[in-house]
Design a protein around this ligand. Structure first.
Ligand code: SLL
Length: 152
């Protein structure tokens, strides 16, 4: 599987979280205040599975089975809870990519940092989103990866 010297290819994606206040709605646990989802997703909901094999999310150890391995899209985990913490996100690539996994860290946000832009308090039922745009860059891709990307 020969590599192509001197070039790199890249793919855009989003990663992060969205959290909804439960506002007293029943959760599995009475002290849970939010429902949240942490995710790795494509732009315009592009299916990323042609180059991503699985995504492992490492949650806080207060969660049962904190290592959550998601083997097909959507690459996301939804939970309820009461606290913010750092989530480790490990992206494993399909064999054709011939690259080691990439590790990202995301701070799960449940609470808005500031009041609304108008100086109004953040509405109690408004979700809090922390979604970041990034690009996965592959230097000197294999010829087969180059072909897979050319076909998508
Ligand atoms: C904090 N350092 O104290 C953080 C830890 C952990 C949040 C937050 C677990 C819920 C469950 C949960 O929400 N953990 O036990 O099911 O803010």
């Amino acid at each position: 599987n020969k590599r192509i010297k001197g070039i790199s290819v890249s793919r855009p994606f989003y990663y992060g979280s969205i959290a909804y206040p439960l506002n007293g709605k029943k959760a599995s646990d009475a002290d849970h205040t939010h429902k949240w989802t942490v995710m790795v997703k494509g732009l315009d909901n592009e299916d990323l599975s042609y180059y991503i094999k699985k995504v492992v999310f490492k949650l806080h150890e207060t969660y049962p089975n904190p290592l959550r391995s998601i083997e097909q899209p959507p690459f996301e985990v939804s939970e309820t809870g009461w606290g913010e913490f750092e989530i480790m996100i490990k992206i494993h690539f399909q064999n054709v990519v011939s690259e080691k996994p990439v590790v990202l860290y995301h701070h799960l946000r449940l609470h808005p940092y500031e009041d609304d832009v108008n100086g109004q308090p953040w509405p109690k039922d408004k979700p809090v989103m922390s979604l970041l745009y990034d690009e996965l860059v592959f230097n000197e891709p294999t010829e087969s990866l180059y072909q897979v990307f050319a076909d998508h």
